[in-house]
Every structure is written in structure tokens, then in C-alpha cells.
Design a protein around this ligand. Structure first.
Ligand code: GDP
Ligand code: MN
Length: 384
């Protein structure tokens, strides 16, 4: 679950990370009033859950309350990467001298948090990693020991931060680690962390991504979920306990097991197709869940074919097939359906599905080939 910039910065402030004075406005009039409170000069910042707002024109600098109102009108009328801007953060404008990147995430390779910093802040860290990888410094944190002061200092040295700032940098890095740990975040990022003309540091932007699987431990954070900002399909999926992530492609995927779902997407991609989603229906795949999943996949108008990849294992494939058929009765898909079904009683399962005009396959490769062909509008022969 991604938190808005203003929510992320409110959390930072609770951990003594310095942030600019400012508040959220829903209307241009409010933005003007806030700019007045702040003394006139203010930045108007679109609150949408995507990065690169600056480049998209969603971050504007106003010299007066009147201009704040005018710019807020513009920004509140924008869509950024398809998302409507419903709120703006009005922050006191900062006198920026240097922009730094500081972020914490999990490094899967070492199984530990990694603190990443770069003197090339403000821009996409992915871009820095690609073009100037030597400009990125990292330290790995032992979760039992936490981030030690010397590690934060090593990082400051690694990014060639002038010594005068090491003290404050170390405090902010350690506070960010506490935010990351105590909120069960998978990402806590300040980009940019700025050094002001007077020499002090300020977190100008903030991004926290919380681990959904740990939200039950943080009811007060779970409440911050911004339902307006989520794809309706992802909200529906959560209701049924399905893990669904909408993507840009046209091959809908329904798979049992997250690992198998990812492998399925890889194979589709490898064959030149593009998955429309990640979806894990979980074990057993009861008819009701399959129906909900099918409905969610088909609510995406880009979907031109659905590939079901069900590994029966202990679950009997004929039961799974009956579940799929019941779901299809209910949802009545208008696009080709390809099913790869393996496990106990798989022949019977495939027979039932083939009778219902579904395209069946025994291997993932075969199923994915058929699905990709169907998405490209190529004729596919019905086997048997
Ligand atoms: P993002 O583009 O979505 O990451 O939004 P940011 O909050 O990081 O803002 C993008 C850029 O706008 C920053 O890197 C700064 O260069 C600039 N910016 C943001 N706030 C201020 C401010 O208060 N004063 C000035 N001069 N520039 C700002
Ligand atoms: Mn930023």
C-alpha cells in the first residue's frame, strides 16, 4: 500500500525528520489561504500515487498567495499518468542548495534492509542507477542490530557529503530506518532530501510503501488507504482475498500460486505476449473465487484472451474444471479462454473444459503459446 507524499511526511515528522511547513488543500481557495499562512511563497504539489510529478508539471512554485490559487486551479485540473489530481500539498517553498537521494528497501539477495544514498538526488534513482551507477552508495543493515551510526557515516563518506552535514545526515538516516522498521514498510524514501542555503536539511518529498501483509499490525495505517486512488479492480480483488495487480498487456492470467503466476507471466512475455495482470487465486480455487477472479480479469477492456494455469496437485482437476464452468456460466466471457490444467484427474478436467469450447493444454508452454496467438488475433485450432 502506497502512502501519499503528505502522509509519508507526516509520519517522518513524528520520527523527528524535518519537513517543510505545509498542509493539504482540496480547493484552490484553500491553497491560497495556506500560502498566506506560510508567508506567500509556496510550492503546489499534486498528491497522486505515482512518481515523476515534477516532470509532468504537477509541482509548481508560487511567489504569492494569488499565484498559489492560480497554480492550484491548474494542478487540481490535471491528470498525471492517468490519475486525476484531487488534492494538492501546499508547502513552504524551500531555498534548495543540494538535492540528495536517501532510501531504504529490502534487498532480497542478502535478506536484509539496504540503505541507499546518492548525491544525485531529485531525479529518478532508477535513472541514476542506469547511467551513473558509481554515484550510488549502499549499506546493508543487520535487522537485529539496526542501522548503526558508523554505517550512516560511511554512507555519507561514500556519497562525498561535506563533513559539516554528517551529523544531521546520520540522524535523518537513523530516523528513516526507524520509520521503515516500525511501520513494516517495504520502501521508505526521501527524494530529494535537501540541504538549504542556511546549511540545514529538509525532507522535501516522501514516499512510504507499506507491506500489505503486515497491515493487520497497523490498523491506524491501514485506515490511510486512499480508495479513490486504487484501481476498482484491485479493490474488488482484495474483497475476495485474491492477489491481483493490473498491468498493461492483453493476456489475462488466472493462476493458482504466486510463484506459478509469475512464471506464467514470464513465459507469456518470452513468447512475445504481454500479461494483462498478475492474479493468484490461491489454493483449491473454489468456484466462487474463480468466478470473482474471472470477472475482475474481464473488467479490464484490454484483455483479449484469458489463460488459466491451474496446477491441481492434491486438488482434483475435475472439481476445478466444474468450478471454472460454473464461473463461466455466471460471467459469460466474450474472449477466448485457454486452460492448462494438470494434477489429479486432469484428463477428466480437460475433457469437461473442452466440451465447453475452451482451448485446453497440458503444458504451460503450449497454453501460453495458444493464449499469445489468440491475443494477436491469430486463429487457434481447437484440439480434439
Ligand atoms: P516528484 O517529481 O514526484 O518526485 O516530486 P518532488 O517532490 O520530488 O519534487 C520534484 C522537484 O521539484 C524537486 O526535486 C525539486 O527540484 C523541486 N521542488 C520541490 N519542492 C520545492 C521547493 O520548495 N522549492 C524549490 N525551489 N523547488 C522545489
Ligand atoms: Mn521526488
Amino acid at each position: 500500500m502506497k502512502l501519499h507524499e503528505y502522509r509519508s511526511k507526516q509520519i517522518f515528522a513524528r520520527y523527528d525528520i524535518p519537513i517543510p511547513r505545509g498542509r493539504v488543500a482540496m480547493t484552490a481557495g484553500e491553497a491560497r489561504a495556506i500560502a498566506e499562512e506560510l508567508g506567500g511563497r509556496a510550492v503546489i504539489k499534486a498528491q497522486v500515487l505515482v512518481g515523476g510529478r515534477g516532470k509532468a508539471g504537477g509541482i509548481r512554485l508560487a511567489q504569492s498567495p494569488e499565484e498559489a490559487e492560480e497554480l492550484a486551479t491548474q494542478v487540481l485540473g490535471m491528470h498525471i499518468k492517468g490519475l486525476p489530481v484531487r488534492k494538492v500539498l501546499v508547502d513552504q517553498a524551500a531555498d534548495i542548495q543540494t538535492e540528495i537521494y536517501l532510501g531504504l528497501t529490502n534487498d532480497r539477495a542478502t535478506g536484509s534492509p539496504v540503505l541507499i544514498a546518492s548525491a544525485e538526488g531529485g531525479i529518478d534513482i532508477e535513472e541514476v542507477a542506469r547511467v551513473r551507477p558509481e554515484k550510488i552508495a549502499r549499506v546493508w543493515v543487520d535487522p537485529l542490530l539496526g542501522l548503526r551510526t558508523y554505517q550512516a557515516r560511511n554512507l555519507a563518506a561514500g556519497m562525498e557529503l561535506p563533513r559539516a552535514h554528517w551529523g544531521q545526515f546520520t540522524d535523518i538516516a537513523r530516523a528513516l530506518y526507524r520509520v521503515y522498521k516500525q511501520t513494516d514498510a517495504s520502501l521508505a524514501e526521501i527524494n530529494p532530501l535537501v540541504i538549504l542555503g542556511g546549511g540545514s536539511m529538509l525532507a522535501l518529498d516522501g514516499k512510504i510503501v507499506l507491506d500489505d501483509n503486515a497491515l493487520f499490525r497497523h490498523p491506524e495505517l491501514a485506515e490511510l488507504r486512499d480508495l479513490d486512488e486504487e484501481a476498482a479492480s484491485e479493490r474488488e480483488a482484495r474483497k475476495y482475498g485474491l492477489s491481483y495487480v493490473k498491468l498493461d498487456g492483453d493476456v489475462g492470467c488466472m493462476v493458482n500460486g504466486a510463484g506459478l503466476a509469475m512464471a506464467t507471466m514470464d513465459v507469456i512475455q518470452h513468447l512475445g505476449g504481454r500479461p494483462a495482470n498478475f492474479l493468484d487465486v490461491g489454493g483449491g480455487a473454489p468456484a466462487e473465487k474463480v468466478a470473482a477472479a474471472l470477472e475482475i480479469i474481464l473488467s479490464d477492456s484490454n484483455v483479449r484472451v484469458v489463460l488459466l494455469n491451474i496446477f491441481g496437485g492434491i486438488t482434483r482437476c475435475d472439481e476445478v474444471a466444474r468450478g471454472i464452468l460454473m464461473a463461466m456460466e455466471e460471467v459469460k466471457p466474450q474472449v477466448p479462454m485457454v486452460a492448462r490444467l494438470v494434477g489429479t484427474n486432469e484428463e477428466e478436467g480437460r475433457r469437461l473444459l473442452a466440451e465447453a469450447k475452451m482451448i485446453t493444454a497440458t503444458s504451460l508452454l503450449e497454453g501460453a503459446e495458444r493464449a499469445v496467438a489468440a491475443a494477436k488475433g491469430e486463429a487457434i485450432e481447437h484440439p480434439g
